[in-house]
Design a protein around this ligand. Structure first.
Ligand SMILES: NC(=O)c1ccc[n+]([C@@H]2O[C@H](COP(=O)([O-])OP(=O)(O)OC[C@H]3O[C@@H](n4cnc5c(N)ncnc54)[C@H](OP(=O)(O)O)[C@@H]3O)[C@@H](O)[C@H]2O)c1
Length: 249
């Protein structure tokens, strides 16, 4: 029984690796990371740390206007061969597609995606609301577009590279997606109110990522259960897995 369980587990791991983390991608030492929203703040620091902490590894740093991202350009001078700066505005899907095309042509895969972009306030355009009377449709829509819709679209377009990337060239076995949410996006933790647009957009981001997590988890779980239960009916299992794969992806 234990042997059967271990065997099933082994098959599951192998299958997951083969389906999602193909090793056919050319291995670049240190892997390839993408930081979206890298012109300043936390995103910029992620880029800096990824470049400084290891001697290998490529970083794709995206921002709306690379020419005006002076700190990123300074890093480029020091890490020219490892840092690739691309334009990407999360409110403009074609720029996400263009970045995806460049990543496909240059690297072919990704090991890490960090979505760091986000807005809370923009002078003369967007202010965190302190009362209901200050809530504007335009603020709600803009914040939602940048903080919730943007990251999920970036994940969508980078998904093919994350799938084939897996842990290629890194110590990990799987690729990682990290989105910078915020504690104020928690409904349970909301004891103060206010910041309608920002809070709601981060709550939406959390939900989008949880849906994505569940989709992947359910797919893996269904494969695992079917392999455990009906190892002797491998053909049926593989057909079921294929159907699941089509549904999820
Ligand atoms: N700082 C905090 O205390 C804190 C706390 C909780 C959560 N967070 C979250 O952590 C993330 C980073 O915060 P931060 O403090 O580093 O923010 P920040 O300094 O204001 O930087 C925000 C980044 O988002 C980019 N961005 C804005 N609109 C964009 C768009 N349409 N397309 C692409 N990029 C866009 C900005 O690029 P431009 O230079 O082009 O404007 C900038 O690089 C955000 O998601 C924020 O909500 C921050």
């Amino acid at each position: 029984m234990v042997k059967a369980a271990l065997f099933s587990h082994y098959i599951m791991r192998t299958m997951v690796k083969r389906v999602f983390f193909s090793t056919s991608a050319t291995k670049l030492e240190g892997g390839v990371s993408m930081v979206q929203g890298a012109s300043r703040g936390i995103g910029l620091e992620f880029v800096r740390q990824l470049l400084h902490r290891k001697e290998t590894g490529h970083v794709v740093a995206t921002c709306r206007d690379p020419d005006s991202a002076t700190d990123l350009q300074k890093l480029k001078k020091d890490f020219d061969s490892r840092l690739n700066i691309l334009p990407l505005d999360v409110t403009n899907e074609s720029t996400i597609e263009e970045a995806a095309t460049t990543i496909r042509d240059t690297y072919g895969y990704l090991n890490l995606l960090i979505n760091a972009s986000g807005i809370l306030s923009i002078p003369n355009l967007l202010q965190p609301e302190t009362t209901l009377s200050k809530v504007e449709k335009s603020s709600l829509l803009l914040t939602y577009e940048v903080n919730a819709i943007g990251p999920i679209l970036v994940v969508k377009h980078m998904w093919p590279f994350l799938k084939v990337g897996g842990g290629t060239g890194t110590e990990r076995e799987v690729a990682v997606v990290a989105n910078l949410s915020a504690r104020v996006g928690s409904i349970r933790d909301n004891g103060l109110g206010g910041w309608h647009s920002y809070r709601a957009s981060k709550t939406a981001l959390n939900q989008c990522m949880f849906i994505l997590f569940l989709s992947i988890f359910m797919y893996f779980l269904s494969c695992y259960l079917h392999i455990c239960i009906s190892r002797s009916q491998l053909k049926t299992v593989l057909i079921f897995a294929l159907i699941q794969f089509c549904i999820v992806y």
